[in-house]
Design a protein around this ligand. Structure first.
Ligand code: M6R
Length: 585
């Protein structure tokens, strides 16, 4: 997803913006640019490619002026090239803007712009906005009013930063795409995500849906639907160091290794208030995407088994087709970023029908938290890599604590609190997983199987592998193999069996046997000697309490995916075609 940074203060804006954009690298981009204003003159440089290459070629960080904006673009309308890169300007070079999101009524805007005699130079929907602003400005001669009138015409999703050469102000608007405001001393910032600004400030506020704001170096004025609103900044505990690699080759590896700490922080919280809130409901319906969805599946298993509370888990983008309006049902929305458009849209739909929302996110103050009636958190720190690792295990831990809070099983809660120790131990397997990755080089199809809690774990393992190695990986409930997928098995196809001891072990042995009979290569993760004896490649695991199975067993799978990606000379931090925060539906 695109990244935005805006600055207004006393420093040279381009240098500040260039540095901050570097911290949004993880969002993925294919072109970038910066624009500044000095002495009522616009300076703008942009191009396709990586930030540091653009810097080498055209020194974008040296543009003059103490107010400006920058953008990293992830192409949606129009190919990645210099013309389509942001910022965009109007034909007189008076207004300039950066945009995240998708403008749905761009055809109508294009007609409006062209009928005013303006020919857009790019293929983007974003450029049209700046021409509409100029058009409005030619009528009202007031920059703020022109921006306001233009925003009223936009349909779709947007986070916008706009400036005019003769005003010491940045105009901001949000609808569907996040925009965070950073408060400095005598300087103000805005960005699409907190890590971009952490080395400048810890004080943030988020713009909310339909906010229009004016940023000066002294502060911010926010309006929502014509009414002025106050939003106090919140202090964020994350540090700038947390958003750096600190000697690790990749953020993915750093974040895998940060799991014991993330789990410790997450397990320390007291969920008394959240449990009391959730207890009022007869059923729980989880909405989430990707990894967060897998964490939701682990909760379903625990809360149904232990608290006897019926639980449904729906991929957020499918919620609207499956919704039930039942005031006895609590919507539990899980999202690392708290900004995922599909999850937010499911939540808003449910809220619109009068349902109550409980949110689990990793980002204090995110859109999802603000939509929710009650929120709790994973305390995993910023996750920079596109692949979720430490936030998955932290989500599972937080959800397990909620499940045992609801079942009233204090002892089980204590078991969850042991997660950091188990994960610390399992991280010693890094060398073993690296060697295993070497053995698996050249394989193109992977099947992950599991039962009960090990099934969402297998799903998460398969997701990691496909995300960062681009290899084909699928997960199945082990019992489902014989209903179709067995036909795919051939000699040497790797089957990764997540098979802890306990109620599922003997059935897993049977399923492994089915695969062996088709000459597949079995990798089994287990603490059960009988299971391990069946495997071509046994991966010995320690015995773990049942609720810790997803947390502990996913770690070797994360490491396997990571090492395979590295061996394949791929960048695990920035998988192709993917973005950290998916802010479009
Ligand atoms: O921020 P969210 O948890 O809402 O994100 C949901 C998914 O986009 C996310 O988990 C995605 O699947 C990850 N890249 C998985 O590693």
């Amino acid at each position: 997803m695109c990244g935005i940074v805006g600055y207004i203060g006393e420093k040279q804006a381009a240098a500040v913006i260039y540095e901050c954009l570097g911290y949004l690298d993880y969002r993925g981009y294919d072109s970038a640019g910066i624009a500044t204003v000095e002495n009522e003159k616009l300076h703008l440089k942009k191009d396709a490619g990586r930030l540091h290459d653009i810097e080498k070629k055209m020194s974008i960080s040296k543009l003059p002026g103490t107010m400006g904006m920058g953008h990293t673009r992830w192409a949606t309308h129009g190919v990645p090239n210099m013309v389509n890169a942001h910022p965009h300007t109007d034909s007189k070079n008076e207004f300039c803007l950066v945009h995240n999101g998708v403008i749905e009524n761009f055809r109508k805007l294009k007609e409006e712009v062209e009928s005013a005699g303006i020919t857009p130079v790019s293929d983007t929907d974003s450029e049209l906005i700046v021409h509409v602003i100029q058009n409005e400005y030619s009528k009202c001669k007031n920059a703020e009013e022109a921006v306001r009138r233009t925003i009223a015409k936009l349909q779709g999703s947007f986070a916008l930063v706009i400036m005019h050469i003769s005003e010491r102000k940045l105009f901001l608007a949000r609808n569907g795409s996040p925009l965070v405001i950073g408060f400095g001393n005598g300087e103000m910032f805005c960005a699409s995500d907190v890590p971009a600004l952490l080395h400048h400030t810890k004080r943030f506020t988020y713009l909310e849906e339909n906010d229009f704001a004016v940023l000066t170096k002294e502060g911010i004025r926010i309006e929502n639907k014509g009414k002025q609103v106050e939003r106090k900044p919140v202090e964020i505990k994350w540090t700038a160091e947390m958003a750096r690699k600190e000697g690790y080759k990749h953020f993915t590896l750093k974040e895998i290794n940060e799991q014991p700490e993330a789990l410790r922080e997450t397990c320390e919280q007291d969920l008394g208030g959240v449990v009391a809130f959730a207890k009022k409901f007869r059923r729980i319906h989880i909405v989430a995407c990707g990894t967060s969805y897998h964490a939701g599946l682990t909760f379903k298993y625990l809360v149904q088994k232990h608290a006897k509370i019926p639980c449904e888990v729906t991929v957020a983008s499918e919620y609207s087709y499956a919704e039930i309006v039942d005031k006895d049902e609590l919507i539990l929305a899980i999202s690392q970023s708290g900004e995922t458009a599909d999850t937010l849209s499911a939540v808003r739909r449910a809220k619109g029908k009068g349902m109550k929302i409980l949110a689990l996110t990793n980002v204090v103050g995110s859109s999802l938290n603000r939509e929710a009636d009650m929120a709790f958190y994973t305390h995993a720190g910023p996750e920079i890599s596109v692949v979720a690792t430490k936030t998955f295990t932290s989500q599972v831990a937080a959800l397990a604590m909620l499940a045992f809070g609801l079942s009233g099983e204090k002892k089980m809660e204590e078991e969850v609190r042991k997660a950091p120790e188990f994960v610390k131990k399992i991280l010693e397997k890094q060398g073993e997983m690296e060697k295993l990755a070497e053995k698996l080089m050249g394989k193109e199809d992977f099947f992950f199987i599991g039962r009960a809690l090990a099934y969402p774990t297998a799903m998460e393992g398969a997701l990691k592998l496909k995300e960062i190695t681009y290899l084909h990986a699928e997960a199945y409930p082990a019992g489902e193999l014989k209903h179709g997928p067995l036909s795919l098995l051939e000699k040497g196809v790797p089957i990764i069996a997540v098979a802890p001891s306990g109620e599922t072990a003997s059935k897993m042995i049977g399923n492994i046997g089915e695969c062996k009979a088709r000459s597949a290569t079995i990798l089994a993760l287990s603490d059960d000697d009988e299971v391990l004896a069946e495997a071509d490649i046994p991966i010995k695991m320690p015995p773990v309490p049942e609720p810790l199975v997803p947390i502990v067993y996913v770690v070797p799978l994360q490491l396997l995916a990571y090492h395979l990606a590295v061996l394949m000379k791929l960048d695990p931090d920035k998988p192709r075609n993917l973005a950290k925060s998916v802010t479009v539906e």
